[in-house]
Design a binder for this molecule. Structure first.
Ligand code: NAP
Length: 502
């Protein structure tokens, strides 16, 4: 049965109507009306979150684990409706939405089992040394404590896994922090359904309703009011560099600055080393084309740049990549604005002298078709704009003059979510020269693979030096992401009865 959204905000367990409304703009299917958020509603949600913190912040790990599992169950219970409206709003295929839902509920369940184990608290204990000379040592115990209400902004390209019930929300709730989500205006109906699932789970678990609120967007002042609200203690953001930077600056300018964990864009360069290029350049080119066009290239881990050594093998690589990309038809983008931004990005790249177009297909309205360009290492090094993300299926081949120039390109990269090395046994020495540089550039370095597809696991790092993220000591994917919403507190000589029962 088709789901019709109620179109209201969800504030501390209540559906709250708004005076103004904005329409959704689905890729297909009916549009719906949603209440526009206001700073007053943000204030109401933040106050409820602060109230909830006094009980939720001291809840047991087992209680929070059950809450996370219940959210996963409630999302699954709404699965078909989520898939239907998610696909309409985002234009993503239903199979992708089903997969992303599995990732989202899997993430919630993984975090539940992770906090049950307790290791994330990083408990430390220095016993008292009353007889130590020249001065006795007091007993010291350190525990990671939740920081307070957290604001979450999701991205348009992951309406489930990086949105209302996505990684940031799961991590904050796991840590013991109530969450206020600013809904993304590209998928308000999907967000509403997931918000309903979290609200239902909070009720079923008997939690303070302020533990979760969803304010729909529609106007930029909602996000601004949220990050500047004095009761908000940290922000989890996934989205564009421009939006993220604007909100980051607001967080830094507050009377009490707060951490802003922004996961932004990246060009995810691949370095194709000579032996690998010679032995299997064609299959790497085909794999690249597939990764580059997956989901219309709308992944933060999309590998936009391939760096290789100039020569006949580079010619072959470019020809194979072009042939593979040529076969990819138009794909629907997430929003009209994104399709426009994609074409503007193409124009920025094409306008640089020394950049040659290998494939320029036509795309219009909300569609995207792949573009392929190539240039020399020297031109790339001189033009900063060629190292910036073009969100969509655009590939740039950079032909380095020699190995030293390849290294120079690695040095010139800005912060990345990922860097990839394609290498064979004969490439080890060059790989060893590149590795210390790439380690300083990216949160994840891959060998002989493609960066799209981010495993939710204990060892995953999804983040990187700015501008890949605004806080390179953190990850937004995997169990380590919970750590962002905790802070260490040391208890000195404290009686057991007063120390949190972690
Ligand atoms: P976006 O346009 O930056 O939007 C993200 C959220 O921020 C939305 O809720 C948006 O509100 C809000 N926002 C943006 N600018 C704002 C401002 N100046 N003031 C207040 N609120 C603001 O990002 P997107 O287009 O949805 O996502 C695509 C981008 O995300 C790509 O660059 C992609 O690489 C990146 N991404 C990164 C990751 C990662 O993990 N690193 C994952 C996925 C995507 P509205 O609803 O009003 O637009």
């Amino acid at each position: 049965m088709t789901y019709t959204p109620h179109g209201k905000h969800l504030i501390a367990g209540e559906q709250v109507a708004g005076e103004a409304h904005f329409p959704s703009s689905p890729a297909h299917g009916p549009a719906h009306e949603f209440a526009v958020g206001t700073p007053d509603l943000v204030d109401r949600a933040c106050k409820a979150a602060e109230e909830a913190f006094w009980t939720f912040g001291t809840s047991s790990r087992e209680d929070r684990a059950q809450f996370l599992e219940k959210i996963a169950d409630e999302i699954d219970a709404r699965g078909d409706a989520i898939t239907e409206i998610g696909s309409q709003e985002s234009g993503l295929p239903e199979a992708r939405l089903v997969g992303e839902r599995g990732r989202t509920t899997g993430q919630l369940r993984l975090f539940a089992s992770h906090i049950r184990k307790g290791e994330y608290l990083d408990l430390r204990h220095d016993p008292a040394l009353p007889d130590r000379q020249p001065a006795p040592r007091p007993e010291l115990r350190m525990i990671q404590r939740p920081i307070g209400p957290v604001a979450v902004f999701g991205a348009s390209n992951f309406p489930l896994a990086f949105s209302v019930g996505g990684g940031d929300t799961a991590a904050a709730l796991a840590a013991g922090c109530p969450v206020v989500v600013k809904g993304h205006s590209a998928h308000p109906g999907t967000g509403e359904l997931v918000g309903d699932a979290i609200t239902a789970a909070a009720k079923a678990c008997g939690l303070h309703p302020g533990v979760f609120s969803l304010i729909q967007g529609g106007k930029r002042d909602v996000g601004e009011a949220l990050v500047t609200h004095p009761l908000i203690k940290a922000v989890g953001f996934t989205g564009s560099l421009v939006g993220g930077r604007a909100l980051f600056d607001l967080c830094a300018a507050r009377p009490e600055p707060i951490p802003f964990f922004g996961e932004l864009g990246s060009v995810n360069p691949m370095f194709i080393l000579p032996a690998a290029l010679g032995a299997r350049g064609a299959s790497i080119a085909q794999g690249w084309a597939a990764s580059l066009t997956m989901g219309a290239g709308q992944f933060c881990t999309n590998p936009g740049i391939a760096v290789l050594l100039d020569g006949p093998e580079a010619e072959g690589f470019a020809a194979t990549a072009k042939a593979a990309l040529q076969d990819v038809g138009p794909q629907t983008m997430l929003t009209d604005g994104m399709a426009e931004a994609y074409r503007a990005g193409r124009d920025r790249v094409a306008a640089i002298a020394g950049v040659e177009a290998l494939l320029t297909t036509t795309s219009e309205q909300r569609n995207a078709t792949p573009y392929l360009y190539e240039t020399t290492g020297a031109v790339w090094l001189e033009n900063h704009v060629l190292g910036e993300e073009v969100f969509g299926p655009l590939g740039l081949i950079v032909r380095a003059r020699d190995k030293d120039q390849m290294l120079e390109i690695a040095h010139a990269l800005q912060g990345q979510l990922t860097c990839t090395l394609h290498l064979d046994a004969g490439d080890t020495a060059l790989g060893q020269r590149l590795m210390p540089v790439l380690e300083r550039k990216a949160g994840r370095i891959l060998a002989n693979g493609f960066p799209t597809g981010v495993e939710v696991a204990d060892s995953m790092v999804h983040g990187g030096p700015y501008p890949a993220s605004t806080n390179f000591g953190a990850t937004s994917v995997g169990t380590l992401s919970i750590r962002r919403f905790l802070r260490p507190v040391c208890y000195q000589n404290m009686p057991d009865a007063l120390v949190p029962q972690a």
